[in-house]
Design a protein around this ligand. Structure first.
Ligand code: SF4
Ligand code: SF4
Length: 139
């Protein structure tokens, strides 16, 4: 039996035509615990889901394979929200808006802002508040 793990997935739907409830099947058929962070899925339009799934590595892989049968692009690289280091001035404005401490003052002496993508829940607050356009989202 494989180890239990949690993996963040970003699913992009080119055009959603299926009636099949993906989340339901991830839970019921693949034994995964699903936590949805962000969703925009509208019939007949492009859409996305940002979620994390917890289960055995085998079940996660089977769940991802199942999702891919829907012509869905799966981003499992934890690179949904990125920060452009060349644009970031370390002004710190995003830090107070980040609900998960994915953006924190990393070095108190230098007041550098550090970014940990693993803590990011894709709320997009940093993108809205960054005065320099340093943060961006794949979706
Ligand atoms: S608000 Fe933008 S420029 Fe300021 S620290 Fe955050 S990412 Fe960097
Ligand atoms: S998207 Fe939200 S959680 Fe992720 S780094 Fe930005 S403010 Fe933090």
């Amino acid at each position: 039996m494989s180890e239990t793990a949690t993996k963040k997935l970003m699913l992009f739907f080119p055009r959603w035509k299926s009636e099949k409830p993906i989340i339901y099947h991830l839970v019921k058929d693949h034994n995964l615990v699903v936590n949805v962070f962000r969703a925009r899925v509208t019939p007949e339009e492009e859409g996305y889901l940002v979620l994390d799934v917890t289960g055995t590595e085998d079940d996660i892989q089977r769940g991802v394979d199942f999702v891919k049968t829907f012509d869905v692009t799966v981003n499992d690289t934890d690179k949904g929200v990125t920060r452009d280091a060349d644009r970031c001035t370390h002004c710190g404005h995003c830090v107070v808006h980040c609900p998960t401490d994915a953006l924190v003052i990393g070095d108190a002496a230098k007041r550098d802002v550090a970014y940990d993508p693993e803590c990011c829940i894709e709320c997009l607050a940093c993108i809205r508040v960054c005065p320099y356009g340093a943060c961006a989202s794949a979706f």
